[in-house]
Design a protein around this ligand. Structure first.
Ligand code: FAD
Length: 558
């Protein structure tokens, strides 16, 4: 763990550097030229300059030993600067993950020390032309090279696609099929038979280098097989998903806020129909406030998951998937709304939100698409539902009801309604065997993510009120504002679970005409509808907070 003061200093150096070297005009010019600013990436990774990757390398190998919470803070900050550069810098971290989790002590010492001391850039080579979401379909092979009956090395053949830093990395972790199954290898740049293509011409993150790789009889010594045992590759990749998906979640969060932080000030200056747009409820309550609620619900989930991983609760892959799903979808929606919020100006390059929107689009695709996240979430929680005979989410709701008794304003009661409704939807889906329909399974993933985030945001609001948030937690909102955001999000989550659940259970034939009224009651729909009371005035309040006019309004009211 990095000391709070050190982390703050690092984030400040990063901001100062970006202000000086990466002003908007420079970012736009690089985007226009489709150019990865390698010198800047190297500066950020160099141990005697910004040294960002030092934050992630364990102290024993010359790094600063940052934890998951630190990684989240850095990723959010990087994404606020530029998601392409963030991808280039963080690709080293991703590329070194198979080393961190799977390498032998000697391999860790060699490669992690080189990253720390030499600023080595890494790339993570998993995806192939025919193997994207389904990595099990990978075709790259690593055949044993024997000498006197002993494995002395491997010959790698095949192709990788869409590899970040593919054309600029110094070293690559490459997933290839050995006779005993998928395994990770380290391949250095310049190795005979190893080539990369020209950079891809991408929709966004044009400041990052993405390239295809080709391996033609590429020989590596046996000590390049990470962990020294064949067939561990997919397990090693799985072992860090919780962590790496949190990184991309933080990218979505940072980019989403970067867009809103342009739309909010813009709307105070843009006068239409005699008043600033920021005074128009139809504008703020559609284009700004709901996106803030979604981003902050995602933040709550990211922070809680990061704390739990740092506390040693394991890799928390499903929680990582929920965080990634919610934050990247929220980031995309926020950036898209920010274009609308700036009108015609938003549609041009100059105002940046168009670029942010193109950049953040990747976050719902790489490190597992949103649909794969929905599937991951749903499959895992479905097992919880079965194992507890349908009680899992009813049980999850109870601590929130207790929290509501202690903190009646943080929306924990409404989040509990969402979780109870979820339990009922899942039970109906079980009884009618609806999880065999993939669409139902994936929609369940979405409802689970919303309901769990609602509970998490209510907990975060209560902790903030008690002054018990993580010492490095984001403090953009005070306890009253966060409670209002929590209630707003919980209302949406509860309604979503109950109404969409009803729609799809009915749509898939899971409830008959005679049973539908009883099902509506079991979902708690009347209570969920009643909980919508006060929504509009609460959104007024959140808008006042965002536009710094809450105190003024309170004074006028007094
Ligand atoms: C800019 C960029 C950078 C990248 N960087 C890296 C990197 O550094 N290293 C790396 O290894 N990879 C990288 N990737 C690859 C990325 O992780 C994959 O693109 C992603 O996992 C999706 O795989 P795919 O493109 O083959 O799409 P596919 O898997 O073919 O998916 C296409 C669509 O089908 C959906 N889909 C897929 N399977 C199912 C299913 N079973 N059921 C329902 N729907 C499904 C997906 O959600 C998606 O919407 C990068 C990609 C891009 C574009």
């Amino acid at each position: 763990m990095i000391a709070k003061k050190t982390l703050k200093l690092s984030l400040k150096s990063l901001r100062d550097f970006a202000k000086k070297r990466l002003p908007d005009e420079e970012l736009l010019a690089l985007d226009e030229r489709d150019e990865c600013p390698l010198e800047i990436v190297r500066h950020m990774c160099s141990p005697d300059q910004l040294g960002i990757q030092l934050l992630f390398i364990p102290e024993e190998f010359g790094g600063m030993g940052g934890g998951t919470f630190d990684v989240y803070c850095v990723c959010e900050e990087m994404a606020r600067i530029d998601l392409g550069i963030a991808t280039a810098v963080l690709a080293t971290f991703l590329g070194s993950d198979p080393i961190t989790v799977g390498a032998t002590p000697e391999q860790k010492k060699l490669w992690l020390s080189r990253i720390a001391n030499e600023g080595l850039l890494f790339a993570y080579g998993a995806t192939e032309p025919e193997a994207g979401s389904d990595l099990g379909a990978l075709r790259t092979t690593a055949d044993r090279v024997l000498q006197d009956g002993r494995v002395v090395g491997y010959k790698i053949n095949g192709n990788k696609k869409w590899i970040s830093n593919g054309g600029i990395a110094d070293a690559y972790t490459v997933l290839a099929n050995t006779p005993a199954g998928p395994s990770w290898f380290v391949v250095e740049k310049g190795t005979k038979g190893f080539t990369h293509d020209e950079p891809e011409d991408k929709h966004g993150i044009r400041l990052s280098n993405t390239a295809a790789l080709a391996f033609s009889d590429v020989y590596v010594d046996a000590d390049r097989l990470l962990g020294g045992v064949e067939g561990q590759g997919l397990t090693q990749a799985q072992a860090v998903f919780g962590y790496t998906r949190l990184m991309v979640a933080a990218f979505g969060l940072g980019a989403g806020w970067a867009a809103l932080d342009r739309a909010i000030p813009y709307s105070t200056k843009r006068i239409q129909a005699g008043a600033p747009l920021s005074e128009k409820q139809g504008y703020t309550h559609k284009l700004i406030v709901p996106h803030v609620a979604h981003l902050e619900a995602s933040r709550a989930f990211i922070e809680e998951t990061a704390e739990r991983i740092d506390a040693g609760e394991g890799s928390l892959n499903t929680e990582g998937a929920i965080a990634k799903y919610m934050a990247t979808e929220a980031g995309n929606a926020a950036a898209e709304a920010s274009i609308q919020a700036l009108g015609g100006y938003g549609y041009t390059h100059e105002y940046m939100v168009e670029k942010i929107s193109r950049d953040v689009r990747i976050t719902t695709i790489y490190e597992g698409t949103s649909e794969i996240m929905e599937m991951t979430i749903s499959r895992d929680r479905w097992q919880f539902h079965l194992k507890t005979r349908g009680q899992h989410y009813h049980e999850q709701a109870r601590p929130l009801e207790a929290l509501h008794a202690k903190h009646p304003n943080v929306g924990a009661d409404i989040a509990a309604l969402a979780l109870h409704a979820l339990a009922e939807v899942m039970e109906k889906a079980r009884v009618a065997h609806l999880a065999r329909h993939q669409h139902i399974l994936l929609r369940l993933g979405e409802w689970i993510a919303y309901a769990e985030c609602a509970g998490c945001l209510a907990r975060r609001a209560a902790r903030l009120a008690e002054g018990r948030l993580h010492e490095k937690a984001n403090l953009r909102f005070d306890a009253t504002a966060l409670a209002a955001l929590s209630r707003t999000f919980a209302r949406e989550a509860a309604l979503k679970v109950a109404e969409e659940g009803l729609r799809w259970i009915r749509g898939a034939g899971g409830v008959s005409d005679t049973d539908i009224a009883a099902f509506e009651t079991s979902l708690g729909l009347p209570a969920i509808h009643r909980a919508q009371a006060g929504l509009l005035s609460e959104m007024d309040y959140i808008a006042d907070v965002l536009y710094d006019r809450a105190a003024k309004r309170a004074a006028v009211a007094a």
